[in-house]
Structures are given as structure tokens and as C-alpha cells.
Design a protein around this ligand. Sequence first.
Ligand SMILES: NC(=O)c1ccc[n+]([C@@H]2O[C@H](COP(=O)([O-])OP(=O)(O)OC[C@H]3O[C@@H](n4cnc5c(N)ncnc54)[C@H](OP(=O)(O)O)[C@@H]3O)[C@@H](O)[C@H]2O)c1
Length: 346
Amino acid sequence: MTSHTVYRLVDRNSFRDIKPFEEPIPTINHNEVLVRIRAVALNYRDLIIADGTYPFPSKDQVIPCSDGAGEVVKVGNTVSSVKEGDHVIANFNLAHLYGFQADHSQAQGAGADGVLRQYAVFREEALAIVPKSANLSFPQMASIVCTGVTAWNAFYGNVPLKPGQTVLFQGTGGVSMTGLQIAKAAGAVTIITSSSDNKLKSAKGQYGADYTINYRTTPNWAAEANKITNGRGVDFILDNGGSGTLKQSLDAIAPGGIITIIGFLSPASQADMPDVAMMALAKCCIIRGVLVGPKPFLNELVTFVAQKQVQLPVDKVFGFSTEEIYSAYEYLKQGGHVGKVCINVS
Ligand SMILES: NC(=O)c1ccc[n+]([C@@H]2O[C@H](COP(=O)([O-])OP(=O)(O)OC[C@H]3O[C@@H](n4cnc5c(N)ncnc54)[C@H](OP(=O)(O)O)[C@@H]3O)[C@@H](O)[C@H]2O)c1
């Protein structure tokens, strides 16, 4: 086989602008690795890159999606850290090897080509090996990449999460449900919010959340979180709403706690913004933005996932035909999922 199927985003109106192409299988240099992609995990980001509303740069004709898992089929002659047959995932941003993400041009699926294709070439330093002992499917491995590392960054990128501390997750999407599985394995007490009682039932019954709050029927969910924590507040909040949820997050955070700003699903008008400075001062809390995380976080998370046998929360897996890919994007867009939406490439 000399050619493979590659999807590219040919315009910016919707995910239906993702079109298939037959292209030569790429060749490798001495320090590169050829990976046969086996599964892809979708993110909310992939929807907004496709419809042109993503707030970061994205190149023309980009190959979509940042989260891929596959097996190594060929290595260059100076590659020493991976070998043929290894199961691997690549860091979200291929150039983010340490520190903070400053260069968006190497973020997969936007500034750089992503993984919605059958074969991809990576430099060896971008790859982490997922040990077979982790007992994960390829869709689960792919689910580690963006939302997993983002949650890991929220817990360990600043003041580290300690067993017994309380973590609150907003909504039941990819970031929250992946974070929930990690936080539980790390010994945290977990609170999750959702607009849907059914989703909360699943978050508790199937995924083990300790406490649940419906943020639609209980818009002052901070008061409920304070009640759950006997008035102390929550130690860590993974904030997916952004400016529109920050007031509640500040009301719910414990003194000295960390609110990690991750998403921007619920923007607030300037007039509705809380007095962030005064509220942060009063709580002595940290409000910290994260952009996924550097490669060492991917390595740490993979080690943790394998050791703790964390099962990444895959909601549904679609096929690799164009219609199946559109169905996967549509399913994510409809928002009925709890956890990750994935695509089986082969
Ligand atoms: N900064 C980073 O590095 C980073 C990394 C990954 C993702 N993100 C961002 O994080 C956000 C979530 O991403 P995702 O992949 O988890 O998306 P997703 O899987 O599409 O999940 C979205 C979920 O968020 C919940 N939600 C929506 N509005 C909410 C609100 N006002 N309050 C609480 N929950 C709300 C909903 O949960 P219910 O249906 O249960 O109500 C919805 O299903 C997006 O904005 C994404 O761009 C940022």
C-alpha cells in the first residue's frame, strides 16, 4: 500500500467542509516515526475549528483533530525511544516540550496537521508510549491527549492536588469526565454539574462522581457546593464556562483554592462580569488559565493511567467513512454525550 486516506478541512463553514483525499503515505527522516493511526478522539475545539470560530490560528486545508492513538510501523535510524509495534499517542502541541504553550503553530488539527488520517509522521520526542498493561482501547488512548492532559495540568501544573481534596467539574463533556476519572484515581472527592439529571445519574452511577448538581435547576450551584463541603468551599474547580461561570466558581472556591480556566462555553457580557480582583483577593485563590500541557505532563499522565488502570470515559465510537465522521461531529455538536466521542480509523 502506497497511498492512504487523509481528511482535510477545505473551507470553514461547518464540519461538512471536511473532505477525503487519497495521498501518498508519508516517508520518514532519520529522527522520525511513522504511526498507523488506529483511533481519534474529538474535542469541542474540532467543531469550532471547522466552522471558523476557533479563537486561535488554523492553517488552510488542515488535517483536523489533535487526539490520535496508533501503532508504530517504522522508525528512522536514529530513533531510540520507540520501536515498531509500540502503541503511541502524540502531544497536543508537537513543539510544546516544556513550560507554557507560546507557539500555536504546532498545535495539531489547527496550526499543524492533525490525525484524521490513516498514517502520520512524528518526531520521536512528540510521542509517548502507552504500555499494553494499561488495558486501554485505542479510542481510550486517544482520549488522553487533549482533555486528559488539560485536567492533569489543572491538578498538577501548579499547587498539586492532594488525596481527600474536593474537585468540581462543570458539565459532563470530555474535559469534565476525563478529569473526573483522573481525580477519583488520585483520591479526590468529586462534584460534577450538568444541565441534565440523566447525565448526572450516569456520572454518579457509571463513573462514580461523589456529588452531583444540576446547574440549570440550581443556577446558584456554588451555594450547593458550599453546603456539600460544610461551608469550606471546593479546592479545585475545572471551569469550562469561562467568564459566564466565573462568579459561581469564585463563590464556590475554598480559601487558597485553584480555579483553572479551561473553556469558554458560557461567555458573559462585560456588564455581567464579577469583580474578579476583589473576589480573588477575599478568597486568596488562584485563577489560572491553561492551554492543554507540555509533553512531560503527557508522560506523567500515561504513567498514572497505566498504574491506576484509569478507564478513559468513551461515550461513543464512530467509523472512518466521510458520513460516519460527519455523524461523529454532529453527535458531539448535539451535546448528548457524557465523556468522549471517538472515531475508529482502522
Ligand atoms: N484550555 C484548554 O487547554 C482546553 C482543553 C480542552 C478543552 N477546552 C475547552 O473546554 C471546553 C469544554 O471542552 P470539552 O471538549 O469538554 O467539550 P464537550 O465535550 O463538548 O462538553 C461540553 C459540555 O460542557 C457543559 N457546559 C456547557 N455550558 C456549560 C455551563 N454554562 N456550565 C457548565 N457546563 C456547561 C455541557 O455539559 P452538560 O450537557 O452536562 O450540561 C456540555 O455537554 C470547551 O470550551 C473547550 O474549547 C480547553
